[in-house]
Design a protein around this ligand. Structure first.
Ligand SMILES: *[C@@H]1O[C@H](CO)[C@@H](O)[C@H](O)[C@H]1NC(C)=O
Ligand SMILES: *[C@@H]1O[C@H](CO)[C@@H](O)[C@H](O)[C@H]1NC(C)=O
Ligand SMILES: *[C@@H]1O[C@H](CO)[C@@H](O)[C@H](O)[C@H]1NC(C)=O
Ligand SMILES: *[C@@H]1O[C@H](CO)[C@@H](O)[C@H](O)[C@H]1NC(C)=O
Ligand SMILES: CC(=O)N[C@H]1CO[C@H](CO)[C@@H](O)[C@@H]1O
Length: 439
């Protein structure tokens, strides 16, 4: 009871803070125009009711996170050692099978120590009505690629309402094989570290991810997912090590996390609906990106994305939307970036519909209702704001309000910064620096 009560007190304080921030965003909105929809915004914060979304996952109410009396299965009871040297894969898998098959609420405990494993495929459906994976120590991935034939290290799939927590670390040792990946689009993807798929009502909190071989986290085909207090690091120069990639997902919240990686801190892929991102420290990395969209014919729309109170430090991009040429006809709509701080960011605000362009046909991804509000700080580029929309389907309803980004790069000949637009049809309001592009 004690812990639930203290959670509620914290909740109340957080609630007040949220209202303060909410009002900041809304005050701006009302000064600017009346197309901004506070209902959409409130619904996103509250977790979208009555818009086809499910209930938000509230950790205090979550049966697993709030519960006690779990049957605990400790991997160290399965004849393996946490010495970082011997292969612990079989023991961890056996422990998972016991947890999953157990008819009572169950917890998989990875205790202190360093547990070296190959691929871990944790699949449901499980008999256990509630499952917690508590990582207290370190799970260490084998350093090679061959031990991960399915393209992931840890795959949690079809496990309803799973909670992953414990304060421990997933170290994928990507540094051992990043050099084998090859460059850019032609590179062969390396295994992703933690994949959460088809697992509705799940929570990932209070864990560290280090040096993903590929993406550090990938979350897809779920509804109602909460990710909070995660700490993800991979070096600036590590290839394609996104922090958190989401796609084909509904009602996801990513809160209060530190992400410093070699690619996007967060990438929001196709089919993402009702996404709320708050209090993220991003850097190094490639920013918080919607996209890339439109690379594959089967892709679907992105809608209702809200990113607020995030800080970007020495990143390549800040707020980015990117789409491919020669894409299917899909839409990305109702995307808001609000209250952002940029510290020495190369492209603080960027829409790029010519992403990795190699085909003559322009992108057919239609971008509409895109807002950037209260974005401040510094850039190392002479182009602080780049709104490069598709010549085939120009942007609709792009709005910028209260932008203040100064140049701090080391180009001594040109110390100005400006806004560049193509097919953007953007509206500007409030204080805007660099000044609006000519359109
Ligand atoms: C997740 O929830 C959606 C909507 O309720 C449902 O259609 C889907 O089957 C659920 N997925 C799983 C794996 O339970
Ligand atoms: C905004 O972000 C900063 C730094 O990330 C954090 O300290 C602060 O509490 C956040 N404010 C709100 C209202 O969430
Ligand atoms: C400043 O100049 C140095 C030396 O040419 C270069 O390595 C560095 O990347 C530059 N910094 C920026 C922010 O452009
Ligand atoms: C838009 O992108 C294309 C392709 O990269 C580039 O040639 C063009 O100069 C860009 N336009 C603006 C206004 O930045
Ligand atoms: C596609 C979609 O969901 N569009 C919605 C964007 O938000 C406005 C109001 O803010 C709605 O009217 C649209 O239906």
């Amino acid at each position: 009871m004690g812990s639930i009560r203290s959670y509620n007190v914290q909740g109340a304080i957080l609630g007040v803070l949220c209202m303060v921030l909410l009002e900041l965003c809304l005050v701006n909105a009302h000064q600017f125009d009346d197309t901004f929809d506070p209902i959409t915004r409130r619904a996103l914060v509250a977790g979208t009711q009555g818009r086809g979304g499910g209930q938000p996952v509230d950790p205090a109410q979550h049966p697993v996170a709030g519960g006690a009396g779990f049957k605990c299965v400790d991997v160290s009871n399965f004849n393996i050692k946490g010495d970082g040297q011997s292969d612990a894969t079989d023991g961890v898998i056996a422990a998972w099978q016991e947890v999953c098959g157990c008819p009572t609420p169950s917890k998989l405990v990875i205790p202190r120590g360093t547990w070296l494993t190959a691929e871990l495929d944790f699949r449901g459906p499980c008999a256990a009505p509630q499952i917690v994976i508590e990582i207290q120590g370190t799970l260490l991935a084998k350093p090679d690629k061959q031990s991960f034939p399915k393209g992931f290290w840890i795959n949690i799939m079809g496990v309803h309402g799973v909670v992953i927590n414990g304060g421990g670390t997933l170290n994928a040792q990507g540094e051992k094989i990043w050099h084998t990946r090859g460059v850019g689009e032609k590179g062969t993807p390396l295994p992703d570290s933690l994949v959460l798929a088809q697992s509705n009502d799940s929570i990932v909190e209070n864990i560290h991810l280090v040096n993903g071989k590929g993406f550090n986290m990938k979350v897809y085909e779920n509804e109602n997912v909460l990710i909070q207090n995660v700490h993800i690091t991979s070096p600036d120069e590590s290839p394609n090590t996104d922090g958190i990639h989401i796609g084909r997902i509904k009602n996801v919240r990513i809160l209060d996390s530190f992400l410093g990686v070699g690619d996007d801190c967060i990438s929001i892929g196709d089919g993402s609906i009702d996404v709320y991102i708050k209090n993220i420290m991003c850097g190094p990395g490639h920013g918080i990106s919607v996209g890339s969209l439109g690379r594959f014919t089967y892709e679907t729309d992105v809608r209702n994305v809200w990113v607020e109170n995030c800080t970007f430090t020495k990143t390549l991009n800040g707020a980015r939307i990117k789409t491919f040429h020669d894409s299917p006809q899909i839409e990305a709509t109702n995307i808001t970036y609000c209250n952002l701080v940029m510290n020495d960011v190369y492209n603080p605000i960027i829409i790029d519909q010519n992403y990795a362009f190699n085909k003559p046909t322009p992108s057919r991804v239609k971008l509409s209702n895109i807002k950037f509000r209260n974005v401040r700080g510094t850039t190392s580029s002479n182009v602080a704001v780049s709104l490069n929309c598709s010549s085939g389907v120009p942007c609709q309803g792009v709005e910028l309000f209260d932008i203040d980004i100064k140049y701090i790069g080391n180009n001594t000949k040109d110390r100005t910064t400006h806004c560049a637009c193509a097919h953007a049809n953007a509206k500007f309001g409030g204080r805007i620096f660099p000044p609006p592009c000519a359109q």
